[in-house]
Design a protein around this ligand. Structure first.
Ligand code: 4AD
Ligand code: MG
Length: 446
């Protein structure tokens, strides 16, 4: 029986529970074990008494993080509701003497070196439980809206973003396996666009790979991206969809994981519950890139000092600017739209002003960019032109361009980085601590 279900069991019921030992406190006549199996954060308290001398002698010696399987009787407990009085030990296996996790709290840096074991700690149980709920809720959200779930390919011929950040895929003998060089997908967008032209609203939810050498706390070489793509929709519709999606999944976490959130708030010193309530209960700010530039310029006049203090049309926002706009200016998530053509990808819809495109980002407090999206350019000629300027080879993308000639409906979409969402919800500050086995520059140890 999963530990969570023990709490729903009747008094005196005989149950078998399996798990690992988090605490073991022994006194003269009685001992207490906290056992966890991942089904709840706090596990369950097992009680063993000296009157059962064999069990007492065995369990009082047993070390932390042992795997344990017992049979026992459910008893009522004032504080926790239920505990289990051990009646027999079915299985017990202790970790080796050099097992690295102990009773005391370990630093995050140390735990990163133990990625295969750190999930046994309460902290990582809380983070990964929320990650799992967020992922499942994302699928729920799109299912209830009748989106088509598309599995876009991982091996591709193109660098969708045109940013030159892809990894090559070759055989172990360093040969090209296909007729042209292949790379790991940096985005499922281009393939999602093709599917949106047949299923109207689709989404992908897949691993994404980027060889960005930026060794930051919010970039990973392998991360998960959720990419909805909707035909007959403009970028305003997609901003609304993004807001609805984020509210939906965070509400689920608030409902389901109060205990985890309180634990994480205490760990991170972030007032998570208030933060998340703000995100769930408010409409997000929407401003143009030009307005954002003005706000940042005014901030400087008011005495704010950015490392990149030259704020003018054409700059790409750094994390400091993103955080200012979300945390200080809006104090809630904020959409920025109509970015300069020059700093955005070739596929974005070009506005009549000749200098901006219908791209948008969603910036959130603490994290910065969480979503990047756009309305797609539907003119074949304008796309070719943009690709020329950005030096993107067109033969690789002929199929994509052809969509425009074959009954193309206006289309818009976005990409949401799952890890950044998990960081927002859990208060964790480093992307390495929200990925089960993180891949970041220089780090491929597991
Ligand atoms: O803004 P990006 O690059 O947008 C795209 O890839 C579009 N093709 C999406 C679309 O329109 N369908 O990436 C989208 C999001 C970012 O906002 C960020 O949350 C996340 O993906 N992201 C990363 N997360 C972790 N590590 C990285 N290296 C990331 N790069 C982007
Ligand atoms: Mg982006």
């Amino acid at each position: 029986m999963k530990i969570l279900d023990v709490y729903k069991s009747k008094e005196n019921a005989i149950v078998q529970v399996n798990g690992w030992i988090r605490f073991n406190r022994v006194s003269k006549n009685v001992g207490f074990i906290e056992l966890f199996d991942g089904s709840n954060l706090n596990g369950i308290q097992l009680v063993y008494k000296k009157s059962q001398i064999e069990i007492y002698e065995k369990l009082s010696q047993v070390t932390l993080f042992s795997a344990l399987q017992i049979k026992g009787k459910v008893i009522a407990d004032k504080k926790n509701g239920r505990e289990v009085l051990v009646e027999s030990v079915i299985f017990c296996n202790e970790p080796a003497s050099d097992f690295p996790l102990g009773k005391k709290e370990h630093g995050l840096e140390f735990l990163r070196q133990q990625a295969h074991l750190r999930v046994k700690t309460k902290l990582f149980q809380a983070v990964m439980t929320i990650r799992s709920t967020l992922s499942l809720s994302i699928h729920d959200f799109f299912a209830q809206k009748s989106f088509h779930y598309l599995n876009s390919p991982i091996i591709t011929k193109n660098d969708a973003e045109g940013a030159g950040e892809s990894f090559f895929v070759k055989t172990i003998k360093n040969k090209n396996f296909w007729s042209s060089p292949a790379s790991l997908s940096v985005s499922g967008q281009l393939h999602a666009e093709a599917y949106a032209q047949a299923f109207t609203n689709v989404y992908t939810f897949a691993p994404t790979f980027r060889a960005e050498n930026s060794n930051t706390t919010r970039h990973a070489s392998e991360f998960w991206m959720i990419e909805p793509e909707v035909a007959f929709a403009d970028y305003n519709d997609l901003m609304d969809l993004g807001q609805e999606l984020i509210k939906f999944v965070i509400k689920k976490v608030l409902l389901k994981h109060e205990i985890e959130l309180k634990f994480l708030a205490n760990f991170s010193k972030v007032d998570l519950l208030t933060d998340l309530e703000t995100i769930v209960n408010n409409d997000y700010e929407k401003i143009s890139y030009k307005k954002a530039i003005k706000i940042l310029q005014n901030a400087i006049i008011d005495g704010v000092n950015f490392e990149q203090n030259k704020i003018e049309f054409g700059i790409d926002f750094g994390i400091e600017h993103e955080k200012y706009l979300a945390s200080v200016y809006a104090k809630k998530p904020i959409f920025i739209y109509d970015y300069p053509l020059e700093i955005k990808s070739f596929y974005m819809y070009q506005n009549d002003d000749q200098e901006t495109v219908r791209g948008f980002d969603l910036l959130v407090p603490r994290i910065g960019e969480l979503i990047g999206g756009s309305q797609r350019e539907n003119s074949y000629e304008k796309l070719i032109q943009a690709m020329k300027i950005k030096k993107i080879k067109s033969p690789d993308l002929d199929w994509y361009l052809e969509l425009r000639k074959n009954g193309f409906a206006p289309s818009s979409g976005f990409g949401l980085g799952l890890e950044r969402l998990v960081m927002l919800v859990t208060g964790m500050e480093n992307i390495r601590d929200v990925l089960p086995f993180p891949r970041t520059p220089g780090d491929l140890n597991f």
